[in-house]
Each structure stands twice: as C-alpha cells, then as structure tokens.
Ligand binder design. Structure first.
Ligand code: AFD
Ligand code: MN
Ligand code: MN
Length: 396
C-alpha cells in the first residue's frame, strides 16, 4: 500500500461510524424458535453494556439503535434511565425504532389498518417515539411497518397508501428541527401478498409526501435476489433522499446474516456509489450507517465486532477507488479499465492500515482477539447464564 493509499484509509476511517442495534445483543431466533445463549443480554442495561464492548474494541460504534417497546417499556418515562445507562457504558442512544407490528392490536396492520382507531393508536405510538427521540437527543426515528396483506382482494391498496401518507405527514409535523423520519421498505414478510411500503419507490414517494426531513432507509436484506441495490443508492443520493442503511447480509431473503458474509463486493459497491457521489459533488452524504442483524447462532458480541470490523474494511477499500481515473475511463467507455478501478480497490488488503488506524486511536489492532482476551464474555455468561437457561428473555 502506498503512503497515499494509507492516508486515504486513515481519512476514511476517521469519518466512518456505524450504529449497532440493541436487539442484536438479546436472544432472538426465527419463527421456528430461539436457541438461547447463556451470555445474551436480557435487559436494556445489558444491551448497552454489550454495545459498549463493541465500541470499546472497534472505536467506531458509539450509538445504539433502540426499539421503543423492547428498550423503553415505560415509553417516555424510561428515557432518563436509558440515557444514564448508555452513558455508564460509553455509548449513546441512537435511532429510535417504534414498534407497530407486535401487539395483537396490529393484526390487520398499523397505519394501514382499515380500523381508524388502530391507525390512531399507531400514530400515537409514533408520536411518542418522536418525543422519546427528542428527549434522548436522537436525530432519527426509524420507521418500519409490517403492514400488508396475505391474500388478493382483502385490502384496498390505494386507501392504505393514503392512510400512510396522512399519518406520515402528521408525524413529520411533530419532528423537532434536527430530527428526521427514516422510512424503511421491505418487499415481503410478514405480509406475503402485498406490503404497503414494498420498495424504494413507495418509500421515496411517502417520504417526499411526509415532508422535507423524511428520507428513505435502505435495509440491504429488503430486496429481491436480483435487485441492484447500489443503483437504488445512486438514485436516492441524486434525489437527496438517502437517509441511511440497515446493514446485514442475505442468501435468500431478509436473512439478517452478518454484513459481508455472503456478498462483500455488494457492500463495497454500495460504499463506492456513496464515496463517488461525495467526490463528484464535494459534499458529505448525510447518511446513518446502522446494523440490523438478528445474531442467532454466532456469539452475539463477537458477531457484532466482526460486523463492524468488516464494515470498516469494506468502506476503506471503497475509499481506494481512483475516482479521477474511473471518471476518465467511463467517459471514454474503456470498460475493462473502468471496472479494474473498482476491482483493484476491492482487492487491496487494507487490514494492516486498518490495524494501524486502530492503534493510532488507542484501540487494539485485532478487536475480536482483544475482546476474547478481555474475559468479558465469560463474566457475563456467569452473571446471566442461569436466567438465560431458564428461558427468561426480554423481547427481541
Ligand atoms: C426486522 C424488519 C426490519 C426492521 C427490523 C427492526 O425486517 O428490518 O428494521 O426488524 O425493527 O428486521
Ligand atoms: Mn431493518
Ligand atoms: Mn429486516
């Protein structure tokens, strides 16, 4: 690696941080059941403690996404306690995730429910989530809806679209001056005939309709197998509508596997589109990088460290693309040379430079090894094992 490339990697890592999800530290599973881990976090305090380890050993994961029902069971009344817990563990509350998909009330949807009283209940929960975000000084309220239907003819798609538009406009009206609504899309699951916000176009139109501080959230697991996600990212960047990501990986559907475990080149291409946009426009894309994974079988904290370290490496690789050369090759349709600009950067071994960056920040060069040597896992397994083995787990 040349000293110029070394400096590029350092600058890229200096500007990169990624948010981990509280729900990634708790026992979760699939619809076929959960395999409980003795050291899994069961309380919000434990989730912050575990997230604090990830930030301590990676140096780039300072915020934790919170799920309102799971992490703030008393709603706004839980906010002060949550703020203290986060500070105790060296992290801060991150995006606030309302939960309008779990209660029985939402059997036939939330904002898309044909019953106006249910729509009002969902809207009230979202508004309380906005208040919680304001109290915790969190910028983003991250909205995912399970709404949809399973059978043709059972739902009026256009009425549901209108209810979403009206309620997202009402939510937007309640935002503080610095806050944003992130509208997430997902083509299917748990609804299997139609999902009300099924693709980036619907999310874009609803976000545009809600107001100027509503943006689109791209969850990398929420696309059909063949979709070109980096093309969606390029369009949303050009439209000024890319709010952030929920990173994970997938082989088949929304599998919530470890970022980069199946297709690291796709994550690289997503980061490349963002860095190319920033190079061309001379602006910094204001994007929330977040993890959304359900750490089911791997040890949870280790998988989160692996996830964050992989994200850093792929971001550093993408930063090595020589944009001037690429632009010139694209202009002259020199296809192989243009493609080789990406392949050369992706093939670069950035690990030594990343390790040096970590040391320069007072962080261990190998975060996974340092965490394993810390004895933290054995300690929390001893503290939490009996409770977890008894199957006492918090939501998520
Ligand atoms: C599930 C949903 C969606 C949402 C996440 C957190 O598919 O990705 O963002 O839960 O609520 O993964
Ligand atoms: Mn998501
Ligand atoms: Mn998902």
């Amino acid at each position: 690696m040349t000293s110029r490339q070394h400096d590029i990697v350092f600058r890229a890592l200096d500007s990169f941080s990624i948010e981990t999800p509280s729900w990634g530290y708790a026992n979760t599973g699939t619809r076929f059941g959960k395999f409980l881990q003795p050291g899994a976090a069961g309380t919000t305090e434990e989730k912050f403690a575990d997230a604090g380890q990830v930030h301590r050993f990676t140096g780039c994961a300072p915020t934790v996404a919170l799920h309102v029902l799971w992490d703030l069971p008393e709603g706004l009344a839980s906010a002060a306690l949550v703020e203290e817990m986060a500070a105790r563990h060296g992290v801060r509350p991150g995006s606030i995730n309302p939960n309008v998909f779990q209660d029985q009330l939402y059997r036939h949807g939330s904002l898309g429910n044909p019953d106006a009283t249910v729509r009002r209940a969902a809207a009230a929960h979202i508004q309380e989530s906005i208040e919680i975000a304001r109290r915790l000084r969190s910028r983003d309220i991250s909205l995912w809806f399970a709404d949809g239907s399973n059978f043709p003819g059972t739902a009026n798609i256009r009425h549901r679209r209108q209810w979403f538009l009206e309620n997202l406009q009402a939510a937007h009206f309640r935002l503080g001056p610095e806050q944003r609504l992130l509208v997430e899309y997902k083509p299917f699951e748990p609804a299997f005939y139609h999902t009300d916000i099924a693709d980036w176009g619907m999310a874009l139109l609803l976000a545009r309709g809600a107001g100027p501080r509503a943006k689109v959230l791209v969850d990398t697991g929420h696309h059909y197998q063949t979709q070109n996600i980096e093309q969606i990212v390029a369009w949303l960047l050009a439209e000024g509508m890319l709010g952030g990501f929920h990173f994970n990986d997938r082989r088949y559907a929304d599998d919530d596997l470890t970022l980069g475990s199946i297709d690291p080149y796709q994550v690289f291409r997503i980061f490349h589109e963002i860095l190319l946009f920033e190079w061309e426009t001379g602006t910094r894309a204001d994007i929330a990088y977040m993890v959304d994974q359900s750490h089911n079988l791997k040890p949870k904290i280790e998988e989160m460290i692996q996830t964050v370290a992989t994200a850093q490496e792929l971001y550093a690789k993408a930063a090595l693309v020589e944009h001037e050369k690429l632009a010139a090759f694209q202009k002259r349709a020199h296809l192989i040379d243009a493609e080789e600009c990406l392949k050369a950067a992706f093939a670069s071994d950035v690990r030594p430079a990343v390790a040096e960056w970590r040391k320069s920040k007072g962080v261990a060069p190998d975060p996974l090894r340092a965490f394993r040597d810390s004895g933290y896992q054995a300690r929390v397994e001893a503290e939490r094992g009996e409770r977890n083995r008894a199957g006492v787990t918090s939501y998520a």
